[in-house]
Design a protein around this ligand. Sequence first.
Ligand SMILES: Nc1ncnc2c1ncn2[C@@H]1O[C@H](COP(=O)(O)OP(=O)(O)O)[C@@H](O)[C@H]1O
Ligand SMILES: [Mg+2]
Length: 346
Amino acid sequence: MADTIKKNIAVVVGGYSGEYDVSISTGNAIYANVDRARYNLYKIVIPRNPKAGWYHLTDDDKQIPVDRNDFSVTLSTGEKIQFDLAYISIHGNPGENGVLQGYFDMLGLPYTSCGFYTSALTANKGHCNPVVRSFGIVEVAKSRLLHRNQISALDPEALLFDFELPVFVKPASGGSSVATTKVKSREQVVQAVEDAMREDGNGQVLVEEFIEGREFNCGVIRDAEGWLHVFPITEVIPHGDSEYFDYNAKYNGSSSKVTPAEVETQVSDRIKDVSTMLYDLLDCRGVVRFDYRYNPELTALYFLEVNTIPGQTPESIVPQQARAAGISTADLYHMVIECALAAASR
Ligand SMILES: Nc1ncnc2c1ncn2[C@@H]1O[C@H](COP(=O)(O)OP(=O)(O)O)[C@@H](O)[C@H]1O
Ligand SMILES: [Mg+2]
């Protein structure tokens, strides 16, 4: 019976962004936790240098080249491995922005993430935010999208026109809060825009209204039977020198993550409802995480961004949320795999 044949799964890690190491950690966790009695797993590495070849990393640390014509690997025994599924665990370029998804679409190889279009749209906050605003179910901060080609000289008056300080300045396609600045004075804004423009691959930058309040995250996944699961929400609270969820707060432990968040049920229900709706309105697949700011004084909920390849190490937010819902980290990975295989066979 076809169902009893073990599927070959490529765990695709690495990538060109600064989140390379996080991706490797996520990949290692998937590799260590997924049940080998159910699936054959192969680590595939896309190196940081886009010109370098991709390879399969064996358990004894040997590198076997990937044939990109059909995404296959030929082992030293001569056996050619072809894959039934790619488990994409690359944050940023090319795993979270539609590039890898487009390649796999052309090969007809199923993968665990959102499709190429949703991945590309959601990877650009300047393009995704107006789409989310148009759904009319959640607030989105007022912002101005700038492109390097439009600008000859940066003028603080023009950049900040119609905004009150502070503002957030960030690369439209950034991640991990890199080159993101909370701008508190007019003198800071030009430098902030230049930094963000340098970081963004397409030279696109957002100047965004500051949203006062608390920050919440919410993971959503569709299971193999088609049911949506929305996880208990998390509050992220920066500590010490971190005024917001900056790089330090995210990766150097200068923050706490409280799951389930200690907040009125009304607020957590609203966040879960909005996340469930956004999952389908944006045509998401696999496990995704929606991030929000909530202003308690105005009881206003603001969409911040959606991460279509959220961190999935055992310490990451989504696995924490899954555990709070009684789903082990290993079972979360199994759900991600099963839902992608089920979608591919429909
Ligand atoms: N408009 C805003 N108001 C308040 N805080 C913000 C705003 N935009 C970003 N931040 C803070 O910066 C962090 C990173 O911004 P985000 O848009 O999520 O980009 P990234 O993709 O780098 O995570 C957020 O987690 C939040 O703490
Ligand atoms: Mg974020």
